[in-house]
Design a protein around this ligand. Structure first.
Ligand code: IFG
Length: 537
């Protein structure tokens, strides 16, 4: 009751000044302010269905109904915070039909949503936030803009599911009053999309970004190159996209790549949601698209044929060849300039056609080249078999190979956990799931949720782990609908594994919370897999 409290101070000051002139109806005024935003009898509002589960949420039994007059107040009104206010308004305007003016306001006014940068001591880190829902308004506070963005997702989830509709819906728009304090367990909650096996246009990737942001995902790893396709224009090596980006698995043809402007658009779209894009150039294996584009990259100086199948491990850049070194330097140079994020992913997985010695020398040579771009190196866990400079991230993926990430962590690299038997979204949910693969076993919603990264790999503990990342490989995934049915709801479970306290990881409770998200995802127009394991509402 922020405003009521303010009124109370006035009242007490008035009494203290002994002027006695306390208007008899002042106390009622506070009640009147709150009742101005009361909800109709029978309105239901709850904090019970948040995913990821916050660190602490304390409802106090009351309700606040967002009025049509509500404004989104921002303090301080910097361009960055005003943009976040506009993002929130854009989420709430379509379904409510409210104007939701965004304006700089220092002191919260009744009936509004107030976004504020925390002043002074802050204990909730980069992405933490405090959310107070009072009977007369909402206050969301964070030390960093990213924290406001994460808190906005929570605020969306506190409103009825129909808030996510793209067209006007009948109200009211109730919020359960109380407080939420929240911050992530791990700094990295990622989603990888393989756009090499099958290419996905900018519009599709943006819709995936929107849905991932809803679950506080903060990294988008784009697997841009592989045997079947090179998906980003490199101006100094134009054939990489012109030829290497002209086909995909299954043989479809076309300009199946991002121009540098389109890539920059995706990077900016993700950044506006405080999601960092991590581009992957997979080398020395998974490189047939490059080898088909430039003969000089092949040891026999003969370009390979384009490949539209789904085998792995048959390709390798010609290690130590002069053109290869120039190729790597030019590509890393251009990609790093397009990437405001701190990381370049250099792949390095399944280099089955590269000798162990060549592999080690290639990774060795790669590291200073990545460092020269000012970026930090991230690679699939296989890089653990080379000598790593500090600060590298090793992405664990093969549950049958714990050794690679253990070797990396022993060299003081950090670990990003994507165990395929938990986090590979191309694994089938059930034997009869039409799409996907089974090499790491079936991964249903519980398998993707009920695990603790800190105990997943012996010798890789909490302090070694930057976070978790779900990976959607697209050998069998062709459309956005295919992406969505394999990604949701499992991404929400993985997002909770990366965000919420380990003590709150409880399948019995989670399955009820995510069940309430069925109407939310439907209102967003996002497809999801409906199994009997979850009592979908
Ligand atoms: N492993 C390959 C991917 C993809 C995947 C499909 C990694 C790091 C199997 N490498 O996962 O290219 O084919 O599940």
């Amino acid at each position: 009751m922020r405003y009521a409290a303010h009124l109370l101070v006035v009242l007490l000051l008035g009494a203290a000044c002994g002027n006695g002139a306390v208007p008899p109806d002042t106390a009622d005024a506070a009640a009147d302010v709150a009742s101005a935003f009361a909800c109709p009898p029978g309105t239901v509002a709850t904090m019970a269905n948040l995913v990821p589960l916050p660190v602490a949420s304390t409802p106090d039994g009351g309700q606040f109904c967002l009025p049509a007059s509500a404004a989104i107040e921002v303090n301080p009104p910097t361009p960055e915070l005003l943009a976040i206010g506009q993002y929130l308004a854009a989420q709430l305007r379509p379904a409510t039909g409210f104007a939701l003016e965004v304006r700089g306001t220092a002191t919260p006014q009744p009936g509004n949503i107030h976004l504020a940068k925390a002043q002074g001591k802050w204990a909730l880190g980069e992405e933490g936030y405090g959310l107070t829902i009072a009977a007369d308004g909402v206050t969301l506070t964070a030390a960093q803009p990213a924290g406001l963005m994460r808190g906005i997702q929570t605020l969306r989830q506190l409103l009825p599911a129909t808030i996510e509709a793209g067209t006007p819906q009948p109200g009211p728009w109730p919020l359960a009053t109380g407080t939420i304090h929240d911050q992530p367990r791990f700094a990295w909650r990622g989603l990888m999309l393989d756009v090499a096996r099958h290419f996905f246009a900018v519009a599709d990737v943006k819709r995936l970004i929107d849905a991932a942001a809803y679950y506080k995902i903060n990294r988008l790893h784009l697997h841009l190159t592989d045997d079947q396709g090179w998906r980003l224009v490199i101006t100094s090596w134009p054939q990489l996209s012109a030829l290497g980006g002209s086909t995909e698995v299954g043989g479809a043809t076309g300009p199946l790549f991002y121009s540098q402007a389109e890539f920059a658009d995706l990077v900016a779209y993700a950044a506006a949601r405080y999601i960092t894009v991590v581009p992957e150039i997979d080398m020395p294996g998974h490189s047939n698209a490059a080898l088909a584009s430039y003969a000089a990259l092949n040891c026999d100086n003969t370009a390979t044929a384009l490949y539209t199948g789904t085998e792995v491990g048959f390709s390798s850049l010609c290690i130590d060849a002069t053109p290869t070194t120039k190729f790597v330097g030019d590509v890393l140079g251009e990609v790093s300039k397009l990437t405001p994020g701190a990381w370049l992913h250099i792949g390095d997985d399944e280099a089955k056609s590269t000798s162990a010695a060549d592999y080690a020398s290639f990774v060795q040579a790669l590291q200073p080249m990545v460092a020269a771009t000012g970026k930090k190196l991230i690679g699939w866990a296989d890089i653990g078999h080379a000598t790593l400079t500090s600060g590298a991230i090793s992405q664990h993926w093969n549950p049958y190979d714990p050794t690679s990430v253990q070797l990396a962590v022993q060299q003081h690299a950090q670990a990003l956990l994507s165990p395929a038997n938990r986090a590979y979204l191309d694994m089938k949910y059930d034997a009869d799931t039409p799409l996907g693969q089974v090499w790491a076993g079936l991964v249903d919603e519980q398998q993707a949720y009920a695990w603790n990264p800190a105990t997943e790999v012996p010798g890789v503990g909490e302090a070694d782990i930057v976070g978790v990342e779900a990976a959607l490989w697209t050998e069998t995934i062709v459309t956005l609908a295919d992406i969505e049915v394999m990604t949701f709801p499992r991404l929400a479970g993985l997002a909770e594994v990366g965000w919420s306290p380990v003590a709150s990881n409880d399948w019995a409770g989670y399955r009820l919370r995510i069940a309430a998200h069925g109407p939310r995802l439907s209102a967003m127009g996002v497809g999801f897999y409906k199994s009997a394991r979850i009592p979908w509402e």
